[in-house]
Design a protein around this ligand. Sequence first.
Ligand SMILES: C[S@@+](CC[C@H](N)C(=O)[O-])C[C@H]1O[C@@H](n2cnc3c(N)ncnc32)[C@H](O)[C@@H]1O
Length: 266
Amino acid sequence: MNQLSNRAFESITRLFHDVSGIKLGDNKQALVSGRLQRLAQEAGEVDLDRYVHRLVQGQATPEELTRVIDKLTTNETYFFREPEHFNDLVERLHAHRKGQDFQVWSAASSSGEEAYSIAMLMSDVLGDSPWRVTGTDLSTSVVASAQQGLYPMDRAAMVPPDYLKRFCLKGQGEHEGKLLIARKLRERVGFMQANLMKPLPSLPLFDVIFLRNVLIYFDMEAKCDIVRRVLTQLKPDGVLYTGHAESLSTLGLPIKVVATAIHVHA
Ligand SMILES: C[S@@+](CC[C@H](N)C(=O)[O-])C[C@H]1O[C@@H](n2cnc3c(N)ncnc32)[C@H](O)[C@@H]1O
């Protein structure tokens, strides 16, 4: 199949930006062409530019548009990514008064590895105390796979062996070679679709918010909007983690940095 023309690339990146807030750079033309090809074929369109034309003219169904947005988001993630935040979280969990509720939000949770890593630590430290993890993401397909909690075994490299035994089940039959997050953990972790660029759905106030490896995709204005919106969900003594490559210090936001990529309300 053909590549997108410059004009079609501009149109589809503008549409994607309008929906998600993410700016795809000019160097992403081949990547975007590749990602759209299968969808175009499935929609019975052999010409990529014509497919894009249909999308931007509003001739696609909302479901088709969702599939396109899902395809264009970057969902890379893994268990216990950037472990410094998890070490910090463990300290906070130990300092937390037992029996009191503890709520954590994995904003931009992708396929759920971050949320389940958090849940493993919370179950370990807080046990049966009231606690919950909420995961949200723009992409409906990653939200659906996060809800399943089923992963290829080779994704478990960063999961401590003790946690693998306690919180993961070995897939059998059709799930051979996979691991399933144990039900007792899945019951405490909920996922839903939410766009950080739009008013947020109804959520509780959180003790800890993970907003990691998503801000890099936005321009400064969108980044500020997102962080301000997310901060409305953070308890007065709560903590916000961002990805290590995502500095907020120059944005003039009402936050204080307490350690690398760890923030509290100013
Ligand atoms: C690279 S993943 C990061 C996953 C995880 N937080 C981590 O650090 O490993 C970025 C995620 O952000 C999501 N995302 C992108 N734009 C978003 C938006 N406007 N609202 C909510 N999620 C968004 C993508 O769908 C993707 O799953």
